[in-house]
Design a protein around this ligand. Sequence first.
Ligand code: KG4
Ligand code: ZN
Length: 352
Amino acid sequence: MLVLGIETTCDETSASVVRRLAHGGGEILSNEVMSQIARHAAYGGVVPEIAARAHIDYLDPLMRRALKAAGVTPRQLDGVAAAAGPGLIGGVMVGLAAGKALAWALDKPFVAVNHLEAHALTARMTDNLPFPYIVLLVSGGHTQLLEAREVGQYRRLGSTIDDAMGEAFDKVGKMLGLPFPGGPHVEKAALDGDSTRFSLPRPMVGRLNADFSLSGLKTAVRNEIARRPEMSATDVADMAASFQAAVVDVVVDRVRAALRIARQNGSAPAAMVAAGGVSANNAVRRALQRLCTETGLRLVLPPPELCADNGAMIAWAGIERIERGMVDDLDVKARARWPLDAQASARHHGKA
Ligand code: KG4
Ligand code: ZN
């Protein structure tokens, strides 16, 4: 099975061709990713209108390149998958319309993929991971702990009640005068820093639920910075390290809580997966490795380029759904919000 995947929910335009392998898992034949960071950098964040227009400019050539690099003609595809949300609605509409048009022209099955599900299923493409497993999804727009039980069946164990983790990294980076997006720069600055220099809060640590709260931590950083006339390079490094250490402590405690909740629900996940841009952070990766060793869980960390937004994960989610007959009609709509778990759809809780 060969599927073309299209991703346009945020500031990465991507098209990819993935093939289902006979023994399980997937092979990425091509994964063309065009980052728009340069177009947004001047504004210190992603500008939705600029993103939507950039997706229009980039997507057609990227789809052609993805097919060419894979050595596949459109007619050889078994289906087309496009991310239909959640995300910035203008961009989502661009990718969704392109995917529907191609599927219609080729008369092939179409899948409207939930971007969060695609992140959650990536470990099945890379490592042929069986269900059930825990997913820590930490990106610029999302911070959630989920239990993946089957394709289309997710239980949310916890999520942020305010900022997303990547958003917190980016805001702290901005306060420290680091380039956008702040996450990778905060990690780099932290390498030379003393993580014990500033005592920052660890919000939610010790709570029985598995939710996150990150805005108080960000405010604590702002207050510390405001107390000083200026920040030396050492101050910046120490603050970056102190902030990152606080985040790591929060992640470890929240994952423990999520595991407890999953087990109380009668589930026995044997593995844990990290996804989303923040899971590229090495301090977070090391902490998860320690935690999983201690708790006997298998840890699956997809390579950083597959943790960030990409078309391959969308193509793979398309393959999983087409195999199960879960295809969509061409009148399916783009969705700015689209929670993965059925309970959350009912109660509209937190960020989708
Ligand atoms: O998943 P992603 O590429 O895009 C979405 O938000 O969907 O995640 C981007 C986020 C940004 O907030 C970025 O600063 C953060 O992930 N990030 C990191 C690191 N690399 C990317 N945060 C901390 N450490 C990193 N190494
Ligand atoms: Zn994402």
